[in-house]
Design a protein around this ligand. Structure first.
Ligand code: THU
Length: 140
């Protein structure tokens, strides 16, 4: 079993590493992310942009979807890094995707090495989830 600090370092390192593959010809804002699954495995992702700007996918979602594609749908912690003045905060869409797969904690970094740890419940209070659709079928 990896200790807390070792795990956090691993997430940070893998997020930094994959950030080098960010495809960002439009924004030039490279982002890297890495997520830990309950199995202990780590999956990473970088942002991938498109000439049709709205099709861009964030680093966090690439990391999470890559975990899901590998059969890991229960996730725990995620690290994200970018060259921002403050540790970079995930966008709203990614927060919702994190909620779907149970991400609890987010380690936000900038390339200067500053880190801020936040709980997803603080980033996305009153999250929408499947429990709110209960009863939908019965009331049809
Ligand atoms: N981006 C991410 O990949 N993650 C974030 O947390 C913030 C935004 C990307 C999307 C786009 O490629 C670029 O950063 C600028 O918005």
């Amino acid at each position: 079993m990896m200790g807390e600090q070792a795990l956090q370092d691993s997430l940070h390192r893998q997020a930094l590493e994959i950030r080098q593959r960010a495809y960002v010809p439009y924004s030039h804002f490279a982002v890297g992310a890495a997520v830990e699954a309950t199995s202990g495995k780590i999956f990473s992702g970088c942002n991938v942009e498109n000439a049709s700007y709205g099709l861009t996918v964030c680093a966090e979602r690439i990391a999470i979807f890559s975990a899901v594609a590998a059969g890991e749908t229960r996730l725990l912690r995620l690290a994200v890094v970018a060259d921002s003045p403050e540790p970079v905060a995930p966008c709203g869409a990614c927060r919702q995707v994190m909620a779907e797969f149970g991400v609890k904690q987010i380690f936000m970094y900038n390339t200067a090495g500053q880190c801020k740890m936040v709980e997803l419940s603080d980033l996305l209070p009153y999250a929408f989830g499947p429990q709110q659709m209960k009863g939908a079928a019965a009331s049809e």
